[in-house]
Design a protein around this ligand. Structure first.
Ligand SMILES: *Cc1c(COP(=O)(O)O)cnc(C)c1O
Length: 430
């Protein structure tokens, strides 16, 4: 992409170039697999909010009906009857999710929702001692993560003001460098219990060097956990290989699993026996063969599934299942390849406009970002955003001055990126 950019600059700023890229796109057929937002205005809407709620695969309804039919036909016996007995439905869907996360199937479990899982992981993995009790997070961490870690600290009788270290960018920089983390560890490593990072920061769109940070954290004896809400189904992940201790994510953003779908949770195999880890337990963590014997003592599943507490909704699984069936027909490598081109094209067009009304906050190195670009507005930002909304573009505004746009490889096109840039060009030259 970078090469194309320098060679054919002029012709790239054209609708023809964008449609040519769409014609050459090996994933173009996937767009038809999704319900796009209804066309109500003059121009068809453009959905750039897969970072917030992924669109609905057209097969979701049939998957939901199948669960409804089983319920209708068998009542509770649907747990063990039909081609997708509910009791093992989670196993089936989990395999596809684990592939996307670069994890073994036994290291992954689908349960609850993200912030709940984060709390459950913190119960097991944030075990402060008098000398090692601090936690590193990134600047502008997602608020729910902030609340979760601070409330866990207070639960342990620790004052967040003493224990929470927010890694900040160097003066004049918008995003973080590997060195910023290394410096904090060099200074305070011995007192840091946990590094808790978002894989891709929701605000800046920056992807962190997750392999490097996991290794660095372990060198200093810290536990390393990631919130991958904006990374899952977006960037290439190797949770097992990187030896990440735990991770949590949601499935309703780039994974297109449906609103408030099952949360994802990863526990590295090295912790699978969990004999030294405290955790909160419930009957769903029992081995299947013992789960319904109703004994007073748990015989937990070995692996991440041992962290399950409650039963999971087959309806929520069915919706995610429909989406995972699409992921199964391609690879994250292919999706990522298109994504790098699509977001690279968006960046190129925005830079061509060269308006002093905005700049791009997200790193320009594709290794340090996913689909999303965060556009920092310098003046009349809200007006620019309103203009985009009126032009039928789904993007969002994050206070104080950022517009987030996330063209996704499954259902967005180069033509849409071109049209978006045209709207920005018109609006910002006024
Ligand atoms: C989307 C998102 C959440 C959402 O949490 P829920 O528990 O699913 O409501 C949490 N953390 C991050 C970083 C997110 O991007």
């Amino acid at each position: 992409m970078a090469q194309d950019v320098t060679i054919v600059t002029d012709s790239m700023v054209s609708k023809d170039y964008a449609s040519e890229m769409d014609a050459k796109d090996p994933l173009h057929q996937y767009r038809d697999e999704f319900h796009l937002p209804a066309d109500t205005g003059k121009t068809p809407p453009i959905y750039f909010l897969g970072n917030s709620l992924g669109l609905q695969p057209k097969t979701v309804r049939a998957h939901l009906e199948s669960v409804m039919n089983s319920w209708e036909q068998w009542g509770v016996e649907a747990y063990t009857k039909g081609d997708r007995p509910w009791v093992s439905y989670e196993d089936a869907v989990r395999d596809s999710v684990a592939r996307i996360m670069g994890a073994k199937s036994t290291e992954v479990v689908l349960m609850n929702s993200l912030t709940v899982n984060l709390h459950l992981m913190l119960v097991s993995f944030y075990r402060p001692t008098t000398s090692r009790y601090k936690v590193i997070i990134e600047q502008k961490v997602f608020p729910s993560d902030h609340y979760a870690i601070k409330s866990q600290m207070r639960f342990h009788g620790i004052n967040p003001a003493d224990a929470l270290i927010e890694v900040k960018a160097q003066p004049g920089e918008a995003t973080l460098q590997n060195d910023d983390f290394r410096q904090v560890l060099e200074k305070e490593g011995d007192s840091i219990a946990l590094i808790l990072l978002g894989g891709v920061n929701y605000y800046s769109g920056q992807a962190f060097d997750l392999a490097y940070i996991a290794q660095l954290g372990h060198e200093y004896g810290c536990v390393v956990g990631y919130d991958l809400a904006h990374a899952a189904g977006n960037i290439l992940l190797k949770l097992h290989g990187w030896k990440v201790d735990f991770a949590v994510w949601c499935t309703y953003k780039y994974m297109n699993g449906g609103p408030a779908g099952p949360g994802g949770c990863f526990v590295h195999e090295q912790h699978e026996l969990a004999s030294d880890l405290p955790r909160f337990e419930g009957w769903w963590g029992n081995k299947l063969e013992n789960r319904f014997l109703m004994r007073p003592d748990i015989d937990p599943i070995v692996g991440a599934s041992g962290w399950q507490i409650s039963c999971i909704s087959p309806l929520a699984l069915a919706s995610l299942d429909a989406s995972m069936k699409l992921f199964d027909t391609t690879t994250m490598t292919q999706l990522r390849e298109k994504s790098v081109k699509l977001t690279g094209y968006l960046e190129f067009l925005l830079n061509e406009i060269g308006s002093d009304q905005f700049s791009i906050l997200t790193p320009s190195n594709p290794d340090y970002r996913g689909c999303q670009l965060s556009i920092r507005t310098h003046q009349n930002g809200k007006e620019l955003f309103d203009h985009l909304t009126q032009a039928g573009i789904y993007c969002d505004w994050r206070e104080p001055d950022v517009i987030r746009v996330a063209p996704t490889p499954f259902y967005n096109t180069f033509t849409e990126v071109y049209q978006f840039a045209e709207v920005i060009k018109k609006a910002s030259s006024k």
